[in-house]
Design a protein around this ligand. Sequence first.
Ligand SMILES: [Cu+2]
Length: 492
Amino acid sequence: MSTHRTDDPRTAPEDTEAETTNPPEAPGLTRRSMLARTGASLATGALLMKSGAAQAQSDVPGAKRPRQGSAADTGGPVARQTHLPPGRAGRDYRPVVVPNGSKLPWKDVNGVKVFHMVAQEVEHEFAPGLKATCWGYNGHVHGPTIEVVEGDRVRFYVTNRLPANTTVHWHGILLPSGMDGVGGLSQKSIAPGETYRYEFTVRQSGTGMYHSHHDEMTQMALGMVGMFIIHPRKPVGPRIDRDFAIMLHEWRIDPGTKRPDPNEMTDFNILTMNARAFPGTEPLVVRQGERVRIRFGNLSAMDHHPIHLHGYQFLITETDGGRIPESAQWPETTVLVPTGSTRTIEFVADEPGDWAMHCHMTHHVMNQMGHDLPNVVGMKPGNLDAKVRPLLPGYMTMGQTGMGDMGGMHHMPVPDNSIAMVGGKGPYDEITMGGMFTILKVRQRLEGEGDPGWYTPPPGTLAQLALADELRRDGIDVNAPPGADPGSPRRG
Ligand SMILES: [Cu+2]
């Protein structure tokens, strides 16, 4: 689609005149200010162009011709505005990595990045053993990550193949009001079978999101969310070697059922990173010494997620409002990602190892946990199991010492289409977490991009069973009363 038409705006003779007479899309965004914001050189500025390919929309099934002069009319004066040539991976930016995810493809139509999104039902696997019928985009849950460059002109066709109306809201993206995608408020919602067109010039950089903004409670609970990443036209901050994008989300899927329950308000039992629950999450693989960026988005229904990274201190470098000035970036080991927000962290991966990265709400690292269980911690069942088994074959009292053993119970019968509450295979033992948990794998050497397997700590750097000699040497008597000194001088 890179063939130039005779009405290509770059060659149209009336181009110069139109540029001076047509107001820019947003107040304050003149060609001069965009150049200043993008840091683009005057030479690049000479390539500034205006959109003009209104003819593209007439052959789209379900598309209706917008009223003349409306903001949605690419041929109208309002929509005519300056933008830069499509930013390209490799030349203008280093693409993000979306673990377990996908990206939305685009094509260049007369200097405009054209995307086609299809809202549809999707069979999605959360982890081996658990699938559900969700709603997403282009065969994926969540929707493919959108990746563009500041100054791009973008055009999204959204086809609705759902049984219900929908819209797409570009969350955190600066654009004209009529492109904001709020059903009823900024547009008519998209009926099943219809295709709508959204179009705007990207005039910011950072990490945004997109999601349905019609029957939000249902459609977002079923998975209709995605990341919207905008690279700066010229790099900002230190050069990044690995750039990851992770969307956080929460679901209610009762064991044995096939549909997420959108009516759930508090008791979510599947917590996901890029719509996967541990042990279904793919690790983040990094070479030692690389500068790493991780962008988190959160479109959970009700919860904020404090994401904790082991082994590192990082800087919080971005919110959904853009890059934080260097003087205001502060160090953390846990970043709270409020719902409806994005947060970006950066660090140098100088310490090799397998490092846990997870939500620190302990119920968010469980799978299909029921919270109406009686508390049996400390209970001594005696021969209760033997007594109950004639009535309930296979009965076994569980939880007297906590939930840590649940992961090892893969031999126990569980309902069809459900997963163990915790547990994935680790190099030493069962990992007693599930849900919003993944692993950052930092290696001195990497062969290919795949999972490098488990980390082998150098000799002397692994916690292990204490030897009798060591105990003797250090004067530790394991049977002596345990010690504790007063924490304040007033208590003796
Ligand atoms: Cu959480």
